[in-house]
Design a protein. Structure first.
Length: 405
């Protein structure tokens, strides 16, 4: 079986990772524009742009176009190698800044930053110098690495970019996997780092395939399929994983907040509908309001209504209801919520029977701090009508069993 045909079946178009990286950049773009002063977001955006550029200019069609437009055979090679090298250096800088904090200005961090910038800028300059010195007149769109593996100066250029790429991937992978092992990471950051770790590990497979094919040429053997058949799809999958790794922590946290906000808004609906009977009003509907604003308005409405109702709350009833809920086997948190509901319903009924201006109206001053802090739990418990009825009946029975003074 011909290995080149087998891996051709696994080949992933250069434009698939380009599309994924572009989508990742589009997802991050609103945050980058909104928080332009955040250097970490700018760095992520720049890294995604570089990654997109690598796959755009490494595509065979773009390589042929670049050579044709410039009139220099194979000039696309140092351009693509330079983009790959710049991407590697940017990854090292970003991972270091991301882990240590972008504001970290320690001597070690400054030294590492200067080292990375100096070394990788020097590699890029060397790539262009070596290309200028090399004699590579025959255009090779797909197999330049192996075709010119034994050509003076081109050989050194190919080895230089592969070594720079390999070293960056090894160091970045080590930093990422050490970071993953630390405690205190949230699930989204840890998942993103794992995706990055796997992506950079696959980059090492890419490097191994390329180096093996080049070394085979040096020894008179033909393993070109490793470079032209295996390496491209590995690089494509690696780029997709890296893109996912960079956007997952931010997109995941954003979606998590949005889902939690909408769920909280939904959970507060029963208590909101109940407290509307206290004020007789409702929150005006604004279609353009953000989910966070709608949640805040609902919470404010409920708390205002409960404060308005506070003078009618019977604390003795709350204690009896709480004890009754505990006696029925409910845990402490659920027992508090059930007791709050029983007292709220009782307060609403009392308010209906009593005019606020009536001098005989109760003037209770209950402690509502617990109630106001637990409105979501109370609202969710409102859906348990059977439990509420059982606690209310038990509390009423307990009141009847107390002998009159």
């Amino acid at each position: 079986m011909n290995p080149s045909r087998f891996f051709a079946g696994l080949y992933i178009s250069f434009w698939i990772p380009t599309a994924v990286l572009t989508a990742a950049l589009a997802i991050k773009l609103p945050s980058i524009v909104k928080l332009w002063k955040d250097p970490l977001l700018r760095a992520v955006g720049g890294l995604l742009v570089l990654a997109c550029a690598v796959f755009v200019f490494a595509a065979p069609q773009t390589i042929a176009w670049t050579n044709r437009v410039t009139g220099v055979p194979n000039i696309a090679a140092p351009l693509v190698y330079s983009l790959i090298t710049a991407f590697c250096g940017s990854c090292l800088l970003l991972i270091t800044a991301w882990r240590n904090g972008i504001s970290d200005r320690s001597r070690t961090t400054r030294r590492a930053t200067r080292w990375v910038v100096t070394v990788y800028a020097g590699v890029i300059v060397a790539l262009w110098v070596l290309f200028a010195l090399a004699d590579a007149p025959v255009e090779r769109v797909r197999d330049l690495d192996t075709y010119y593996a034994r050509t003076a100066f081109m050989r050194e250029e190919i080895v230089l970019y592969l070594l720079a790429h390999t070293v960056a991937c090894v160091i970045t992978s080590k930093l990422i996997w050490n970071w993953i092992r630390t405690d205190g990471l949230d699930v989204w950051l840890r998942s993103g780092l794992k995706s990055l770790g796997v992506g950079y590990a696959m980059n090492l497979i890419y490097d191994s395939a390329k180096i093996a094919a080049v070394v085979a040429r040096w020894t008179g053997h033909d393993l070109d399929w490793l470079s032209t058949g295996l390496a491209p799809p590995v690089a494509a999958v690696s780029a997709i994983l890296i893109a996912v790794g960079f956007i997952l922590p931010h997109a995941g946290q954003y979606l998590h907040r949005r889902v939690r906000t909408r769920l909280s808004h939904w959970h507060l609906r029963p208590l909101y509908r109940l407290t509307r009977t206290v004020t007789g009003g409702r929150i005006p509907l604004k279609l353009r309001a953000t989910p966070e604003l709608r949640l805040t308005r609902r919470e404010t409405f409920i708390r205002d209504a409960l404060l308005h109702l506070a003078r009618f709350i019977d604390e003795d009833l709350w204690r009896r209801a709480y004890d009754a809920a505990g006696g029925l086997g409910f845990e402490a948190g659920r027992a508090r919520s059930l007791a709050h509901i029983v007292t709220i319903k009782d307060a609403i009924e009392t308010r209906k029977r009593t005019r606020e201006e009536d001098a005989t109206a109760p003037l209770n001053s209950p402690d509502t701090e617990s109630l106001l802090a637990e409105i979501e739990a109370v609202s969710r418990t409102l859906r348990r009508t059977d439990d509420i009825r059982a606690v209310r009946d038990a509390a009423a029975a307990a009141a009847e069993s107390v002998p009159a003074p």
